[in-house]
Write a protein that binds this ligand. Structure first.
Ligand SMILES: [Ca+2]
Ligand SMILES: [Ca+2]
Ligand SMILES: [Ca+2]
Ligand SMILES: [Ca+2]
Length: 437
């Protein structure tokens, strides 16, 4: 599905208990589905508790997470391409189901473009917040000194470490490719939420690309410190920020897309495309949060509003990109439009903002000086995309100032050089691949 409409995904229609046992978790039941649809007869494997030995989840099964499932004790969880994982619903947000890779565990989740790994909610709860989400913790630097516990999780079983951060910038938490997380995010309490993808202190030795967050309740991708790099990330209508950086994150990111469903209800008070803080108290703790981003396309809505939000007039979003609280940043070669404010710069720390194509519904530049390197478009339409709203294929430039003008002189060789700005070039649109929903 390549449009932005909400749609329930029909899968297994009913379940019957068949047998017991399989995985190394505290509760192991295998349930055979009575399959009413096109899906092959996958065995349902219910999982809860702690995975402490190397474990493989097979695409021929469907894994149902009952509460938090932790990978710990030096174990690696391998998930085969095409595997479906369901986070069972719990109406107590603190007990929401989630898959948590701790500092003492690893993930090997390698999907393919045609057979992504899908982590989703139960059929009856396929809406933002229908389950918790996917969490990875590592030993890479953060700028907090209090050995923080990851946001969104209040307690863990004895022996399971849910803190994060360390001194190994090249720490390797495993491989995460072609993974889609749907309907995640659990609001445990004010300012304490799980996100579709939550990363705490994850290191640059981790491989992370081609992943999508689809209709999540809080942020699509939130990074608490760490150095993890990524290419090809998609945020589809998450309720807070598409990309949220905090606590000293210093990774590199390229080919990012975020869209918003105008029919959504946004409960947060500051929904931004990008939100970036050094930390909540604007400290000068180092490393300074400093994402380095190229080839991003952030799309809001025609009037910068959604059906309902917690902002002042009850409908607005905030900004395409809000850099604040003493963070640093590098944002180049990108397209930003469809929020009330385009770039909202509230940090006085150092930054690079160059070679972007940008429009805000009310204000294009706030707290930052418009300059010749950035193309201030008179309107979203003036950005010249094939169709600026309503579908991924429309994000290909037509006659657009974004077709040229990219400059990689601020970036290192990790970045793929393009002539175009934004996430997709005119002729090869990776967003039309089957893994993108
Ligand atoms: Ca969050
Ligand atoms: Ca956020
Ligand atoms: Ca934030
Ligand atoms: Ca926010």
């Amino acid at each position: 599905m390549k449009n932005f409409r909400f749609k329930n995904v029909l899968g297994v229609t009913s379940l019957a208990v068949a047998s017991v046992a399989v995985v190394s978790c505290s509760q192991n039941e295998e349930i055979a589905p009575i399959d009413g649809g096109t899906r092959a007869a996958a065995a349902i494997v219910k999982v809860s508790g702690v995975i402490n030995t190397n474990t493989t989840w097979s695409a021929s099964n469907e894994y149902h997470l009952d509460g938090k499932v932790y990978v710990s004790g030096g174990a690696t969880l391998t998930i085969q391409a095409g595997t479906k994982i369901v986070g069972l619903y719990n109406d107590v947000p603190a007990q929401a189901s989630a898959l948590v890779i701790t500092r003492n565990g690893k993930i090997n989740a390698v999907g393919t473009a045609s057979a992504p790994i899908v982590m989703t909610a139960e059929d009856a709860h396929q809406y933002p917040g229908g389950w918790g989400g996917f969490v990875v913790l590592g030993n890479a630097p953060i700028n907090q000194t209090n050995n923080p516990v990851i946001e969104g999780i209040n307690s863990a079983p004895a022996g399971v470490d849910i803190t994060y951060g360390g001194s190994n910038a090249n720490d390797n938490s495993g491989t995460i490719q072609y993974v889609r997380v749907e309907y995640a995010g659990a609001n445990v309490s004010q300012d304490n939420e799980l996100n579709s993808f939550t990363f705490g202190g994850v290191g640059a030795g981790t491989t992370f690309d081609h992943c999508q967050a689809y209709y999540g309740e809080d942020d699509a991708f939130e990074f608490f410190g760490g150095t993890i790099n990524a290419k090809y990330l998609v945020s589809t209508s998450t309720h807070d920020d598409a990309f949220d950086f905090d606590f000293g994150y210093t990774g590199k990111l390229q080919f990012l897309v975020a869209t918003v469903d105008a029919n959504s209800t946004y409960y947060t008070k500051d929904p931004n495309g990008i939100e970036c803080d050094n930390d909540g108290s604007s400290s000068s703790l180092t490393p300074f949060t400093h994402p380095t981003i190229s080839n991003l396309t952030i799309v809001g809505t025609v009037n910068g509003k959604v059906a309902q939000s917690a902002m002042g007039d009850g409908k607005s979003m905030k900004s395409c990109a809000n850099f604040r609280r003493n963070c640093q940043f590098t944002l180049v070669n990108s397209i930003l439009y469809g929020y009330p404010t385009g770039i909202l710069c509230e940090t006085t720390n150092s930054y690079v903002f160059k070679n972007n194509v940008i429009n805000g519904v009310s204000t294009t530049f706030s707290g930052i000086t418009a300059d010749a390197t950035n193309t201030a478009a008179a309107s979203a339409e003036a950005i010249g995309l094939t169709s600026p709203w309503g579908g991924y294929t429309g994000l290909m430039p037509n006659a657009s100032p974004a077709n040229a003008g990219a400059d990689f002189s601020e970036l290192d060789s990790w970045f793929t050089t393009t002539s175009y700005r934004g996430a997709v070039g005119g002729r090869s649109n990776w967003l039309t691949q089957a893994w993108v929903k």
